[in-house]
Structure formats: C-alpha cells, structure tokens
Write a protein that binds this ligand. Structure first.
Ligand code: GRF
Length: 205
C-alpha cells in the first residue's frame, strides 16, 4: 500500500522496431497500428528495397519514417548496420521483405530479427517461396492444412529458430485466393502479439 507522499517510479524503456517490407505491407501497417499506443515498443521506421512499394506511402500516411534503398545498398551489411545503429533500432521485423539479409546485420541482431513466413516451415520455405508461390505449392500438393511461421532470422532463407506457428485447415473447395485470405487472417491476428511477446520476454528465447 502506498502511504501519503510515496510513489513508485518505473522506468519503461521503449523498444524501437524497424519493419522491412517489399510490397503491399498489410502486415507492416498492422504492426504500426498495434504498437502505436503500446508502452513497450513502437515501429520506428519502415524500410523497403522497392521504390514503388505501397507500404512506403501507407507508412508515411501514418506518420512513420520510411527509407527506400536499392538492392545494392540493402545487400551491404555495413550500410544497414550503420543505419540501424544510428536509429537505435532494437528489433527488426521482416514482413514481406524479399531480399536475403546480409550476415553483418544478422550478427548485429541475434534473436532480435523476426521473419513472417506464410507456410508451416520447414514445408514450403526457401528461395523463391514467397507470397502466392507458397500457396500454389500447398494447393498443388493437396495439403489438408497450412499456416504461418514466425521465426528468428539466420543466414539461410526460412531456416532460423521457429518462435511460433499457427495453423488453418484447407478444404476441397479452397482456392489460391481463399487460402491467401486464411493466411492473411492468421498473420494479422498473431504477428504483432508474437513480436510483443518476444520483446517482453527476451531471456526466454
Ligand atoms: C505475407 O504473406 C508474409 O507472410 C510474406 O509476405 C506477405 C506480405 O504481405 N512474407 P503484406 O505485404 O504484409 O500484405
């Protein structure tokens, strides 16, 4: 119980998240919104390698700083490390980012760089397995379920330590479009919460 004149002083350090995205950015937007009134973390900037990526305009409209660099620049580890140090970034989330992350940046963010993948890894992962390519392969293989994987990033595409997976069923009548929709619902429901859980429980991972 607090007595007259006494108070607790709690110092909460706000973590800064950088989101990397190459396309539409529905997940990036979802993360920005989720963390906009969060006391523990905020999306500090969105980075893209694609100057016509819709995510850049959408993020700007929400008042988030954006960066767009050429493929040559984003494959330069030192350049990205310097940027993230300058911006004091604590966590990086890859949400639809299609370039391989340079080793220097991975080494700078051990267990602090998180990727979202639209399948149940290790199935349907690896180079070229992104977006509808994944769902097409799932459909052609007549899988009865699919889902999303949220994992830490290492040097091999989609091979880092898995943090969480969420499943959905696939029915006879499902199409590319309907699978994509089911996956999108899982992504939007769970990615922000998992990112927050990692940030709040660093020592658990
Ligand atoms: C998502 O399906 C994600 O799993 C994958 O790329 C897609 C990005 O979608 N890595 P969006 O740009 O966030 O809408």
């Amino acid at each position: 119980m607090l007595l007259n004149g006494e108070y607790f002083s709690i110092f909460v350090s706000m973590k800064k998240i950088a989101v990397f995205a190459s396309g539409t950015g529905s997940n990036a937007m979802n993360l920005i919104r989720y963390f906009s009134d969060n006391l523990n973390a905020k999306v500090h900037f969105v980075l893209s390698n694609n100057e016509s990526a819709k995510v850049l305009d959408s993020a700007k409209k929400l008042g988030i700083k954006t960066y767009c660099f050429s493929n040559q620049q984003v494959s330069d580890g030192s350049f990205l490390v310097e940027l993230c140090r300058k911006e004091e970034i604590d966590y990086i989330v890859l949400a639809g980012y299609l370039r391989l992350i340079p080793k220097k940046l991975i080494d700078e963010y051990p267990k602090k760089m998180i990727n979202l993948h639209p399948s149940l890894l290790p199935k349907y992962g690896g180079k070229g397995m992104y977006g509808t390519n994944v769902h097409k392969a799932v459909l052609e293989s007549k899988e009865r379920e699919s889902g999303i994987t949220i994992h830490f990033v290492n040097e091999v595409f989609d091979k880092g330590q898995i943090i969480a997976q969420f499943h959905c069923s696939i029915e006879e009548e499902d199409t590319l479009f309907s699978i994509e929709k089911k996956i999108r619902i899982l992504e939007h429901s769970y990615l922000p919460k998992v990112v927050e859980t990692v940030i709040m429980n660093e020592t658990l991972f």
